[in-house]
Design a protein around this ligand. Structure first.
Ligand code: CTP
Length: 395
């Protein structure tokens, strides 16, 4: 994508250097536009080197028919202003165009317009400024809200620059085609923990990455998304509508069942424990000289029950197999009354950052997703879900 990164003179400007670097690593083509005051805090040369891109900050002479602000706003897909000072936001909200950045903002007529306001908390809460921010919202700007915390001035409050990861996610949120608008998608992720005693449990190696990627991408595609997660080390995905943490398969069962009837798609990506210790020891088991035999009981098969109770939902299951991918997958799909099943190689899929997947539907093989990061695989899976909705061929 072609992105204009607008930089104004907030103290958080040093974080915008990392933002530009991240966007470059994700292969976006960048143009940085700085306000005159921003260039007094950080040299344009820094942004140019880190972004591998042109940096504009002066009124440019119009030469050879090249009019910078109209050309830049016409030939780019996204306008992202980070950090955005109260001054820059207020000028844009009121249609002022007294530097190259505000001129570009005035002539930028595409949908993907993002501002990241950062400032002192009293300035941020000022009703005049809030009115200006609301004006931008009304005119289609997406606001990545600042966080609460310690500010450069020594005060504590709302006004901190948010994580760059979140700002980059806002770019994808605004630019991904909205194939799942109006759909409610429930995703489960991660392992479950079945407690033996107060410090020990039975679990598995699921990292949760695949389920978190599915929730992230479903949101990008316009769905309303709830994620129910077992214990993982991951940050909750940005911008999703609901994030619920559970520990055991029983808790996951309860949270999924509570929501089932209100959702259009359920993607059971969690590696739900198939067994739990028969008894929970209310303390810490002491070792003895004897071997210890742990009796395990079957847990409820959540997906099977969802299949039995299905009314209108698209149900997607996962299977980790080491052999006979197609026959094992089709058997599970039929037994659990699924619409889609995604098969991974159990020897490679768990706890790895990339994965290869095979997607099967009621009529058999649909597609192979070549090894890629989990966000890429999630996008392929959700494309198949969107195609099912479009064709109406699910029950
Ligand atoms: N699943 C579930 N509830 C369980 C166990 C699994 O909902 N108690 C779901 C998983 O989220 C996944 C699918 O069922 O979508 C996995 O199916 P399963 O038959 O349990 O596969 P495996 O765990 O790989 O089992 P098997 O040892 O039978 O291959």
């Amino acid at each position: 994508m072609k992105i204009v990164v607008g930089v104004s003179s907030g103290i958080a400007i040093y974080k915008a250097i990392d933002l530009v670097s991240r966007l470059r690593k994700e292969k976006h083509e960048l143009i940085v536009v700085m306000t005159p005051d921003a260039t007094r805090l950080v040299s344009p040369a820094v942004f140019s080197a880190v972004g591998g891109c042109p940096v504009y900050h002066k009124w440019l002479r119009v030469e050879n028919g090249w009019i910078p602000h109209t050309e830049i706003s016409r030939t780019t897909d996204v306008l992202l202003i980070a950090p955005a000072t109260a001054n820059t936001i207020s000028k844009i909200a009121n249609g002022l165009a007294d530097n190259l950045l505000t001129l570009i903002a005035l002539s930028f007529d595409k949908k993907a317009k993002i501002v990241v306001p950062t400032m002192n908390c009293r300035m941020y809460e000022n009703p005049v400024f809030q009115e200006n921010l609301d004006k931008l919202r009304e005119h289609g700007w997406f606001i990545v809200e600042p966080e609460e915390g310690h500010l450069a001035c020594g005060e504590v409050g709302k006004g901190r620059y948010p994580d760059n990861e979140k700002i980059v996610e806002a770019v994808y949120l605004l630019t991904t085609p909205k194939k799942l608008t109006g759909k409610r998608v429930l995703v489960t992720a991660g392992p479950t923990r079945e407690r033996i005693d107060v410090v020990r449990f039975v679990t598995n190696a699921s990292s949760g990455r695949m389920g978190y990627a599915l929730a992230t991408v479903a949101k990008r595609m316009g769905a309303e998304v709830s994620l129910i997660s077992g214990p993982t080390c991951l940050k909750p995905p940005y911008f999703i509508d609901e994030f619920v943490t559970v520990e055991s398969s029983e808790e996951m069962y309860n949270e999924v069942m509570k929501r089932y009837k209100d959702f259009d798609v359920v993607i059971m990506n969690a590696a739900v424990g198939d067994y739990r210790p028969e008894e929970f020891y209310e303390g810490k088991l002491k070792k003895t000289e004897e071997d210890l035999i742990l009796h395990l009981k079957r847990t409820k098969d959540i997906l099977k029950e969802l299949g039995e109770k299905k009314t209108h939902q698209i149900l997607v299951g996962f299977a980790a197999e080491v052999e006979n991918f197609e026959s094992n997958a089709m058997k599970k799909l039929k037994e659990k009354n699924l619409d889609l099943i995604v098969v991974n190689d159990a020897r490679k899929a768990f706890a790895s950052k990339t994965v290869e997947a095979f997607i099967y539907g009621k009529k058999g093989f649909i597609k192979k997703v070549d090894e890629s990061d989990k966000v890429g695989v999630a996008a392929d899976i959700l494309d198949v879900v969107a195609e099912l909705f479009a064709s109406g061929s699910y029950s």
